[in-house]
Design a protein around this ligand. Sequence first.
Ligand SMILES: NC(=O)c1ccc[n+]([C@@H]2O[C@H](COP(=O)([O-])OP(=O)(O)OC[C@H]3O[C@@H](n4cnc5c(N)ncnc54)[C@H](O)[C@@H]3O)[C@@H](O)[C@H]2O)c1
Length: 444
Amino acid sequence: MNLAIVGTGYVGLTTGTCFAEVGHNVVCVDNNEEKVKSLWQGKMPIYEPDLEEMIVSNVSAGRLRFTTDLVSAVKECEIIFIAVPTPPHEDGSVDLSYIEGVSREIANALSLDLEYRIIVDKSTVPVSTGSKVQQVIERYACKGVKVDVVSNPEFLREGSAVHDLMNPDRIVIGADSLQAMDMMKRVYQPFNAPIVEVDLASAELIKHAANSFLALKISYINAVSAVCEKAGADVELVAMGIGLDKRISRHFLNAGLGYGGSCFPKDVKGFINVAEQLGSPMEILKEVERVNAAQLERFLGRIRKKMWVLRNKRIAVWGIAFKQNTDDVRESVAVKLIKRLCDEGAIVTAYDPKASETGARALEGYNVTICDDMYECARGAEVLVVATEWKQFAMANLVKLREVVRLPIIFDGRNIIHGENAIHAGFEYHSVGRKNLYPSDKKM
Ligand SMILES: NC(=O)c1ccc[n+]([C@@H]2O[C@H](COP(=O)([O-])OP(=O)(O)OC[C@H]3O[C@@H](n4cnc5c(N)ncnc54)[C@H](O)[C@@H]3O)[C@@H](O)[C@H]2O)c1
């Protein structure tokens, strides 16, 4: 099928590439000329495992193209996916101006000589956005064009986006027309995944409710981690004991510094806002946000308690990205932590395997040195903080690390370093929701 994807970011670029991979003809549209130009030159605008190879092979097979020309894409493609940003406003409501703008552009490009078109919203939006897009089309397109609007929310995770798109748990299609539903099912037929066929509004709600539930799970285990710290229990063991119950599952029960990234914070806010607008407030999600913010504060408090005053202390931070395997630093808790340490006068160095450039931009104006090597980052440190769960931090050579730090103190905000190994290498080891470990605790 001929498919257009408007918005060539984390979602649009990976979705378009995976559609091409299964045999569709795809044109990715973006209004950022630089991005389109560099994609043609083979330069990747984002880091996502396996994406570059897949783009190169599909471009050379002629199934994947990039353009700034939305009008031609609308003329050529029977289905147009919208994957533009939906950032939060100050008050937590969702900024839908990108969606409205693209809808209007599509409406203007629709002419009577075109056959039936489907406009698919892939961006995460509040319930009833689809019907507003339909109204925009009716208002701005010439009378008589045949168009349906569909919701097809995306559930990929950055860092494993290609894998998630090629092997989805389910595909949600919200359509109020049979013709649209049938065509959408043809798009997804090669993926061999269960398709959840629902109405437009339910599909939109599924996405907000799913992301909010995942954020709730994270906040739940983080709230439990605070109790564990007080009670001398181990949150990892508690999570294992809870998670083996199939009704609960172990996924998203990792205690740490809280959730961040471009989706959970804004989607929780967006869901709170839309529920309030509808007169059915989701108070439970306000508590999810409160726990999430408190988690970083509690962790900072523990570093402060250990080091007394942070001013002029050398603190090394491993991790800038909001999670492993990505260069994305939007709403990253690691970035928030670094900023807080800088604000308190600490001398901060930071290292991330993929997010040095994006991190440097996010930390502009802060007195932080971004290093090219994780051990150089730790050289002379009085505290090492692990802020992102990259595998290479979990696999760190702790003996080598001990040789470069000034004081052997680790604060592991992601519970990924092996505590026993850390104390054997001579470190004090502080983590989340578990007892602090000291070299004298060694079991031999
Ligand atoms: N990133 C994720 O993990 C993820 C997962 C699921 C859903 N989503 C949702 O998908 C949507 C997109 O997120 P993203 O992370 O891919 O955003 P992004 O910022 O990475 O990409 C958006 C792209 O849209 C382009 N764009 C903006 N206005 C445009 C216009 N008028 N015409 C053409 N292109 C335009 C931008 O240049 C950019 O390349 C959001 O609603 C987000 O909530 C994101």
